[in-house]
Design a protein around this ligand. Sequence first.
Ligand code: GDP
Length: 178
Amino acid sequence: LPEYAFIGRSNVGKSSLINMLTEHKKLAMVSGKPGKTRLINHFLINKEWHLVDLPGYGYARVSKKEKKVFQQFITDYFKKRKQLVSAFVLVDIRHEAQKIDLEFMQWLGENAIPFSVVFTKADKLKPNVIDKNIEAYKANLLNTWESLPPIFVTSSSKKIGQEEVLNYIQEVNNQLNW
Ligand code: GDP
């Protein structure tokens, strides 16, 4: 089945977003036993696709060696996953573009992995500030990219962007003829 992977810096709101996207869906946890710490979780959604929960990157309190193991783990996932259709890179809408996120997107591009940008925590800002931040982010992306990826604005606490992300995945799935 097609897979869509969700990833971002730790504390970006990934768990909350995944909860929002998976609620009310016919859902089954695919890998591992509940309650056990796993690096990668798969959720089967509507028996049609897998939502893949990848570990957060950019932890401050992690040794260099641990970071390396971790990075290897994520790159292995992306390089081996034939089912992967695209990635969703989560970005906190309050912050300006972070080097680690931009580098990660760069790396996805170099490996021909399609991705979208998902802004999180949109409830924390006023609409005009949201627009301003998104414009600044787009301008930043256009320094290195010829065209912009799909962009989603979400808030897990206010349930913003849920349908947009799910409809997008549905549309891409429909075009796949899996
Ligand atoms: P993760 O580490 O990326 O999985 O992030 P979490 O989902 O655990 O969220 C990190 C923190 O941000 C928690 O304190 C959440 O309550 C908060 N948070 C996550 N999403 C939202 C959101 O949409 N709005 C607000 N206001 N807070 C959020």
